[in-house]
Design a protein around this ligand. Structure first.
Ligand SMILES: Cc1ncc(COP(=O)(O)O)c(C=O)c1O
Length: 486
C-alpha cells in the first residue's frame, strides 16, 4: 500500500493561498503605514499565549492558518516599514524585494554549488559587482552575500587573520604564534569584539582608539598606539575604519587610515554595514574619500539599500584571498567541477547552503535603478538635517552629536531648557521619555549613550518618510515629555 506522504497543495489551493497572502501583505501596508500604533506593548506572556500549544501532530487548514497569521502574527509584530519607526538601523524594506522573497522560496536553490543553483550563483556575482560600482570600489573584487553585518565582520576578520597571522594557522591554529593587534575606534560595532573572541584573536588585542569631537577615530592616538604595540613585541595587523558608526553615523577619515595601514604594512578593512551606500551619493560621497584603499569591507543591503532582512555583503579587493580563506572541498562536494568557469558560492563563505539572497538585491537594483536608490538615501540625509535644524531652533531639545548621515542624537532639556546643565536630571528625564515612547506606541526608537550621557537617537533609513513625519515625531515627543515629566 502506498503511503500518501506528499506535502503539496492542489494547484488551485496553492494559488488561492498565495493570492490571500498577497491581500494580507497589501492590507498590512495600506492600513499600517501611517494609521496606527507601530508598537503595541504586548508582554511576552501575551504573545506566548497566542502561539504556545503542544506540538501539532495533526495538520490544520492552511486557509485558517493564514487568517491566524493575519490576525495574530501581524498584530504582534512591530510595524517597522512605517516612517514613524526610527529604531536601530532598519531599512524600510521595499516592495520589489517582497516579491523576490516569495519567488526565491519557491525556487529553493541549493546554492552551495554552481551546478545546483546556476542562476543564483551568477546573479550573486553580478549584484556584488553592482554594489562595488555603486560605492565606487574596484568591481573586480571578490564578494559574497551573508546574513548580516555581524557575520560579515566575522568573515572579514577571518580573511585578515588568514592573510596576516604568521604561520599555517589553517592547520596549526593560533597556538604559540605572534600576537596580532587590531585597531578600531571606540565607536566600533560590538560584532567586532565578538569576532575577535570567536576567531581566537582575543578581545584584549582589540585596541579601542579614542575619538575626536566629531566621534571619528583620533588618528594621532591610533598611530601612537600602533607604535607602542610594535615596540612591546606585538604585531599590529589590521585597522578597521568605520564608515558610518552605529551611534551617530560618524565616518572615520578613511584616506588617513588607509595611509597609516600602508605605512605599517597592515590590513585595512572598512565596516560600512550601515553607512557605505551613502558613498555613492553626491550629497555624502566626499565623506568616504579613500575607501578604495581598503583591502576589504562590508555593507548591508538590508540597511540602506532598503532590502528586507537578511542581506549583508562581504567584499575583498583581492578575490583570491577571500576564496583561499573559505574554500575547502570534501569528497561529496567535488562533483560538477568539470567546467572551469563554474565558480561555487560555497568557496567564498563559511556557510554551505544559504538562501537566494541575491534575488531581492537584484530586484531592488533593477526595479528602482541606482539613481532612485541614491535619491532615497539623499532624502534620508536631508531629513536628518531637517530634524537637526528643528532641534537647533527649539528651546526644549538639544543636539548630542554631529549628524553626518541619517542618525540624529539629541535630548529633551525641559520647557525653555529648564534642566540644561543638570546632567543627572537630563539623563533621568530622557530615560523616562524612552519608556514613555514604548508605552505610547505611535513612534518607535531606542536611546543610546553619547559621551556617557543618555541620548535619544533616531535613524532615518526609510524611503517613505517626509518632513511632515518629522514634525509629527517632535509633536509626539513633546506630548510624551509633557505626560512623563512632572
Ligand atoms: C557599523 C555596523 N557594523 C555592524 C553592524 C551589525 O550588523 P547586523 O545588525 O546586520 O548584524 C551594525 C548594525 O547596526 C553596524 O551599524
Amino acid at each position: 500500500m502506498e503511503i500518501d506522504s506528499s506535502l503539496d497543495f492542489s494547484p488551485e489551493l496553492l494559488k488561492k493561498l498565495i493570492l490571500r497572502s498577497a491581500e494580507i501583505i497589501e492590507e498590512w501596508y495600506s492600513i499600517g503605514i501611517r494609521n496606527s500604533k507601530i508598537y503595541r506593548n504586548y508582554s511576552p506572556a501575551d504573545i506566548r499565549s497566542l502561539f504556545d500549544e503542544p506540538m501539532p501532530v495533526e495538520g490544520s487548514n492552511p486557509e485558517k492558518l493564514l487568517e491566524k497569521i493575519r490576525k495574530d502574527v501581524f498584530r504582534a509584530s512591530n510595524f517597522n516599514p512605517s516612517p514613524n519607526y526610527y529604531g536601530y538601523i532598519t531599512g524600510g524594506g521595499n516592495h520589489a524585494s517582497i516579491i523576490a522573497e516569495l519567488l526565491k522560496a519557491s525556487l529553493n536553490q541549493n546554492n552551495l554549488k554552481w551546478h545546483s543553483a546556476p542562476a543564483n550563483s551568477e546573479i550573486e556575482k553580478i549584484v556584488v559587482k553592482w554594489i562595488c560600482q555603486f560605492i565606487n570600489y574596484p568591481d573586480d573584487a571578490g564578494g559574497v552575500l551573508v546574513s548580516g553585518g555581524s557575520v560579515a565582520n566575522f568573515l572579514n576578520l577571518a580573511v585578515m587573520r588568514k592573510v596576516m597571522c604568521p604561520g599555517d594557522i589553517a592547520n596549526d591554529g593560533l597556538y604559540g604564534g605572534t600576537r596580532i593587534t587590531v585597531y578600531v575606534s571606540e565607536q566600533g560595532h560590538s560584532s567586532i569584539d565578538k569576532a575577535m573572541d570567536m576567531l581566537g584573536l582575543g578581545k584584549n588585542y582589540l585596541r579601542k582608539v579614542p575619538v575626536d569631537d566629531n566621534l571619528r577615530v583620533n588618528t594621532k592616538i591610533l598611530e601612537e598606539t600602533i607604535r607602542e604595540d610594535r615596540s612591546s613585541g606585538l604585531m599590529p595587523a589590521c585597522i578597521i575604519g568605520i564608515a558610518g558608526t552605529t551611534n551617530n553615523g560618524a565616518v572615520d577619515p578613511l584616506k588617513e587610515l588607509g595611509n597609516i595601514a600602508s605605512k605599517y604594512n597592515m590590513w585595512y578593512m572598512v565596516d560600512g554595514a550601515y553607512g557605505l551606500p551613502a558613498a555613492g551619493t553626491e550629497m555624502a560621497g566626499h565623506l568616504f574619500e579613500g575607501l578604495e584603499m581598503a583591502d576589504s569591507l562590508l555593507i548591508n543591503p538590508h540597511k540602506w539599500f532598503f532590502v528586507p532582512f537578511e542581506a549583508s555583503c562581504v567584499i575583498v579587493k583581492n578575490k583570491k584571498l577571500l576564496r583561499d580563506t573559505f574554500s575547502l572541498m570534501p569528497d561529496y562536494l567535488r562533483g560538477g567541477q568539470e567546467e572551469t568557469e563554474r565558480d561555487d558560492l560555497m568557496n567564498y563563505n563559511l556557510q554551505l547552503t544559504k538562501d537566494f539572497k541575491a534575488l531581492k538585491v537584484w530586484m531592488t537594483f533593477k526595479t528602482y535603478g541606482a539613481g532612485k536608490l541614491k535619491k532615497a538615501i539623499e532624502n534620508d540625509c536631508g531629513l536628518a538635517q531637517y530634524a537637526k535644524l528643528l532641534i537647533e531652533k527649539a528651546d526644549d531639545f538639544e543636539l548630542m552629536a554631529p549628524v553626518p548621515l541619517s542618525i540624529v542624537c539629541f535630548r529633551y532639556t525641559g520647557k525653555n531648557g529648564r534642566y540644561t546643565g543638570d546632567e543627572q536630571k537630563l539623563d533621568n528625564i530622557n530615560e523616562k521619555i524612552l519608556d514613555g515612547i514604548e508605552k505610547d506606541g505611535r513612534i518607535f526608537f531606542a536611546g543610546t549613550k553619547i559621551k556617557g550621557r543618555t541620548s535619544l537617537r533616531i535613524n532615518l533609513t526609510n524611503h517613505r518618510r517626509t518632513k511632515a513625519d518629522i514634525d509629527f515625531l517632535f509633536k509626539v515627543l513633546r506630548q510624551i515629555a509633557g505626560k512623563t515629566i512632572k
